[in-house]
Design a protein around this ligand. Structure first.
Ligand SMILES: [Zn+2]
Length: 280
């Protein structure tokens, strides 16, 4: 499932071909993904110029000169491909093509259909029900140790669960929560309310660092044309703890034979990976 760094990588890959381009044709082939695709989506985009491609948590927002804002979510399996020459005939999972005045086709593909194509307007977008309750984006200026501490104060839930709550921080998922907690030396089981002061500062820095590293790794794997197996925006990142149960964590001095290495813990039905020695 794409997490924030993957979505940001997709945004950075698409921005050069979409921003300032006029959409000469928009082909929507699917009536419903996770939610119904608005019937007037194609009509309200075509003929307009793309003002900007922004990201809010894991949503891509394509802002048009006419005021329309297309909302794109990649869901579990969604991806975008850029075709500078005629694209192949669309398959059954190719839900939308955006054609620009530069002759480029941007295609949205999603085999499991948990993604979304929605429409809003610049005057109402901040009140959109998918976006209005989201906490600060961890990569934005609104996010730092103080802000994080304020949002965690008084909470009894484990810090892992709090960081997965999109109202506290927007866009973090299972992988990067595990990685951030490891980097900051905080146990996933620690009561969120106790993550204050210097500890919250350390965690905020770790979250931003882990995301920035992943985006930097993804940026190098950006490609225009994509083989069926590797879509733009998905990349194998080197994780410190995620998916590494039983192995030694990076820089660990403990004897894995004795300690059992990285531990996997199931919290709220999701796996958390952590080191019992280095995370308190
Ligand atoms: Zn360790």
């Amino acid at each position: 499932m794409p997490e924030l760094p993957e979505v940001e990588t997709v945004r950075r890959g698409l921005a050069p071909v979409l921003e300032n381009a006029t959409l000469t044709e928009v082909q929507v082939r699917t009536a419903k993904l996770r939610w119904p695709v608005p019937k007037d989506l194609a009509k309200s985009l075509v003929g307009d110029r793309v003002l900007g491609l922004r990201r809010r948590a894991k949503y891509l927002l394509m802002e048009m000169t006419g005021g329309g804002v297309a909302i794109i979510h990649l869901g579990m399996t969604g991806h975008m491909t850029i075709w500078r020459e005629t694209p192949p005939p669309p398959g059954r999972h190719d839900h939308m093509d955006l054609l620009t005045d530069a002759g480029v086709c941007v295609r949205f593909t999603d085999s499991r259909r948990f993604g979304a194509l929605l429409l809003d307007h610049r005057d109402t977008i901040t009140e959109n029900k998918l976006l209005r309750n989201l906490g600060p984006d961890p990569l934005s200026n609104r996010f730092d140790g103080q802000e994080l501490a304020r949002r965690l104060k008084g909470r009894a839930s484990p810090i892992k669960a709090a960081l997965m709550d999109q109202r506290i921080v927007a866009g973090l998922g299972n992988i990067y929560v595990s990685e951030s907690l490891f980097r900051s030396g905080i146990s996933p089981k620690r009561k969120s309310g106790t993550v204050q002061g210097g500890r919250a500062e350390k965690l905020a820095v770790a979250i931003r660092g882990v995301l920035a590293d992943a985006i930097a790794a993804g940026g190098t794997s950006l490609r225009d044309h994509v083989s069926p197996d590797g879509a733009m925006g998905y990349f194998q990142h080197q994780f410190s703890v995620y998916g590494r149960e039983g192995k030694a964590c990076p820089g660990c001095v403990c004897d894995v034979e004795k300690t059992g290495g990285i531990r996997r813990l199931v919290q709220a039905g999701r796996s958390t990976f952590y080191c019992t020695r280095r995370q308190r």
